[in-house]
Design a protein around this ligand. Structure first.
Ligand SMILES: Cc1ncc(COP(=O)(O)O)c(C=O)c1O
Length: 458
């Protein structure tokens, strides 16, 4: 329209109150939570940027779908509406609904993982890595080197390192690698997109080595929007078209419908291979439920079906990507180191650079995340050595980057909420030198960031 301001493409129909707390109340809440932000009561959080997963606002039409939800155990019309919406974008032969993304991962890697197997990915998300490793297999991250450099301006920092993938597939016997996975967008690497050209390159390697390709497609719509904006020759295409092309390059996918599909819960596993689908459906019945609901109510299936249609609308995606960039650009402008370019669903603060007086073993990301909560009631998420430092053999290794992710729930916060976040972050950054690190006082366990207890280093 020729205006600089990109407004929220919706108006508010129902509101949720936010509760203001004092710094003293927040310090007490932190002490009760052993300084683990996952252990806070969310009512004590003012702006909750812990995750964009399942925390978005549903639309009027999604709520209308909830009313239409049919709770028949088998073959409900809600299931068929869900199936049609999924297949419209991802036309895989078999669609196996699950209650969320990690259930799809668990089923998939129970079927194809196991001792001695290796699963390459651009960067495994934490639950994906945990499910691969729980099966006995090894998870290998092969993102391009720029993807590990927080300041590189490469437009597709989520890309797979094709040479490294080729070398791995050449080195290993065919049956060692059950599948290659590509995560779009690359959440753990800063919400960075993967280009269509790179996906074609991965496909060629998979064909040459006879290995299937699966997408971890949680943020497929944001990835497609970046392709439209940044990749040569893609600027005039409809996002739906780009999504279908991405799907056509894969043999299957996992999905958390709590992300781009705009659901509060849900997911699926999809594939073309009949035998694998048979095996996965058996596991699904064991763990999730009958294959036409898979751990979801008819209401949930309807909300996701409608959310999928809304997720690929250009006005929505333009606002979504622009409003995340608005936060990132303001923080960078205030001199706060952030992962560049700004990702799709989140802004990643580079705690390693901001708190360079705190060594990775004292978790600078945790220190920064705690300070943001204490100062302004903002909850972010450490994505660094707390999340990735513990190795399967029990040793500790610093993560590639020490980040704090400020994930933006979809359609939930307005620009004034984000302006407040900018102010709080700026204030914390001004006294970065005073912040101290943390140590973990609880015993090690997988996915420790959810449950670990911390104390400040003296
Ligand atoms: C890239 C990616 N894969 C998988 C998952 C797991 O999905 P869920 O939280 O629905 O189990 C997530 C969740 O954040 C994710 O970001």
């Amino acid at each position: 329209m020729g205006f600089r301001t990109i407004i929220e493409p919706f108006r508010i129909h129902s509101v949720e109150p936010l509760v203001m707390t004092t710094p003293e109340q927040r310090r007490a809440a932190l002490a009760d939570a052993h300084h683990n932000l996952f252990a806070l009561h969310s009512a004590d959080v003012l702006i909750d940027l812990l995750t964009d997963s399942g925390t978005g606002a549903m639309s009027r039409d999604q709520w209308a779908g909830v009313q239409r939800g049919d709770e028949s155990y088998a073959g409900s019309p809600s299931w068929f509406r869900f199936l049609e919406a999924v297949r419209d974008l991802f036309p895989f032969e078999h669609v196996i609904p699950t209650h969320q993304g990690r259930a799809a991962e668990s089923i998939l890697f129970t079927a194809v993982g196991g001792d001695g197997r290796i699963v390459p990915n651009n960067t495994h998300f934490d639950t994906t890595r945990a499910n691969v490793e729980y099966s006995g297999a090894t998870a290998v991250d092969l993102v391009i080197p720029e993807g590990r450099d927080s300041q590189s301006l490469h437009p597709f920092k989520g890309n797979m390192d094709l040479e490294a993938l080729d070398a791995l597939l050449t080195e290993q016997r065919a049956d060692v690698v059950p599948l290659v996975m590509v995560t779009i967008t690359n959440n753990s690497g800063g919400g960075q997109p993967v280009s269509l050209a790179n996906l074609h390159g991965v496909r060629e390697l998979c064909d040459r080595h006879g290995v299937p390709l699966f997408l971890d497609a949680c943020r497929f719509a944001e990835n497609a929007w970046f392709i439209r904006e940044r990749e040569e020759g893609q600027g005039d295409r409809d996002v739906v078209d780009i999504v279908r092309e991405m799907a056509s390059l894969a043999d299957g996918m996992t999905m958390s419908a709590k992300k781009d599909p705009l659901g509060n819960i849900g997911g699926w596993l999809a594939m073309n291979d009949d035998d694998l689908a048979e095996q996965c459906r058996t596991l699904e019945i064991l763990t999730e439920g009958f294959p036409t609901y898979g751990g979801l109510s008819g209401r949930d299936l309807e909300a996701v079906a409608q959310g999928l249609r809304e997720s690929v609308q250009h006005d929505y995606l333009r606002y979504r990507i622009r409003s995340t960039a608005y936060l990132g650009e303001a923080l960078a402008g205030a001199g706060i180191p952030v992962v560049q370019p700004i990702g799709g669903h989140a802004v990643y603060l580079d705690a390693g650079a901001l708190l360079d007086h705190i060594p990775p073993t004292d978790y600078p990301g945790q220190a920064l995340a705690v300070a943001l909560y204490e100062t302004g009631g903002i909850r972010g998420c450490e994505i660094g050595s707390v999340m990735f430092g513990l190795q399967p053999d029990g040793t500790e290794r610093p993560a590639a980057m020490e980040l704090v992710r400020l994930a933006i729930p979809r359609r939930t916060y307005t620009q004034s909420h984000i302006d407040y976040v900018i102010e709080v972050c700026t204030q914390v950054a001004e006294r970065a030198g005073e912040l101290r690190g943390y140590r973990i006082t609880s015993p090690p366990r997988p996915l420790r960031h959810f449950t670990a207890q911390f104390e400040a280093v003296a």
